[in-house]
Design a protein around this ligand. Sequence first.
Ligand code: FRU
Length: 487
Amino acid sequence: MVAVKIFVLLAFLTLVYCKVARRTEQDIQNVEAYIDSKKGDINQRYRLHYHVAAPVGWINDPNGFTYYKSEFHLFYQYYPYDSVWGPMHWGHVASRDLVHWKYLPTALVPEKEQCFSGSAVVDGDTMILMYTGHINLDAEPWANETQYIAYSDDGITFHKYEGNPVISSAPNGVPDFRDPKAWKHGDHYYVVIGSKTDDNRGHVLLYRSTDMKNWEYLNIIAESKGDSYMYECPDFFELDGKFVLLMSPQGMESQGDRFKNLHQTGYIIGSFSYDTFEFIPEVDFQEIDYGHDFYAAQTTEAFGKRVLVGWFNMWEQPHPEAEDGWAGAMTLVRELKLVGDRITMQPLDAMTGLRDEVKMIGVLQPQQELRFGKTAELIVAGDLSQKIELQLEGSDGGEKAWIRWEPEVGKVVVDRGSDDIRQVQWSPIGMDTWRIFLDASSIELFCGEGEVVFSSRLFPEGGWVVTNTGPQFINVQAYSLGRSVPW
Ligand code: FRU
């Protein structure tokens, strides 16, 4: 009798599981059919040619950045049905070189939980995603956040684990408990998760597990002294002999030229022991990118190096492309290095393969202009004892910006007009050139060896026109770039 009961129960559970699996497969087919039906309607004017963006709809944070079965996989927070934030899915792209990308089907769809940010690890032939299941509630605390996992054996179809959630609350029970970044070290998986203290100070929690399902809480590895109310999107990795805690604190007040965006992404350098689970900071929090639009960055290892990608936007800012049926993008993937007490970011070597037509190798005189299509790369060298200024504008109008070197104060400035300025002190640690990447609605400026980087969105109309508006002759190498993401 007992055996029969167990059999009936198992049969029932299998049926329920199969139904749920079929339902999520159906949900994914519906999303893909929706995307296919809408992507032809997108206005192409601001569409990026070599940055990942959603085929239609809204994207934010990069998620699950990993290498699996000969390809790099990158997921992103995704709401396909409108170009504003909505119930979170995970969109998905893959690449062999981190420059050329293809779309894959949406990986996760929300059910009772929205699929908030998270990461991926690889265990043999299986890719395991770990993400935050965010559930809205009708009364305070308004939401509940716990950690979920999902499996894939082909890197395309993902099955949520039936035993979710695998971590069902923060140690202090606060509802803000999200963005797990997992990795493997020795026989254990580790994960860092963003959260906060009872009195609203951001902190980062560390856990470990042998199977990604059962987690042991270890320690708080960083805690705000009161300058941030929540640490989002932590990432923790070794870089050139040190440990780095990368994270996105919410609520830091601006101080002079620092922390000008609504929220920041930056890092703390320190030392860490897998015996005591203590992270000892050695260099205080610093921003990793000084542009207007950069957040929630995530890293992975690629070709033996540490590489990073960020969300190429900021919360609560206008997203002019939303009118066209899409919103949000990823930055270029950058290689990280530790140099002294800071991290440098440089474009990947493979980016030179995107160079298409040489537009100039020579001297650009004051007031001389260079015309491009929607894409450009410029390498600029000038005399740093004098002002340098480049005006960036659209051949048919639209938004304008200036990139400037101000020798009296030793600052690089990215100026979008009307006082919408980001600036920072720059003392070159080696090379003293600028490398500028322009895409249809974006600017990335890498100064010197990547010790100062700005990522900002800009919405010019038509092609790019770059004019030397400074007083001196400057040396310029300029190229147009090819396409590396699908239309
Ligand atoms: C960061 C963030 C994450 C969260 C996700 C939701 O931009 O707020 O903390 O998981 O976005 O889309």
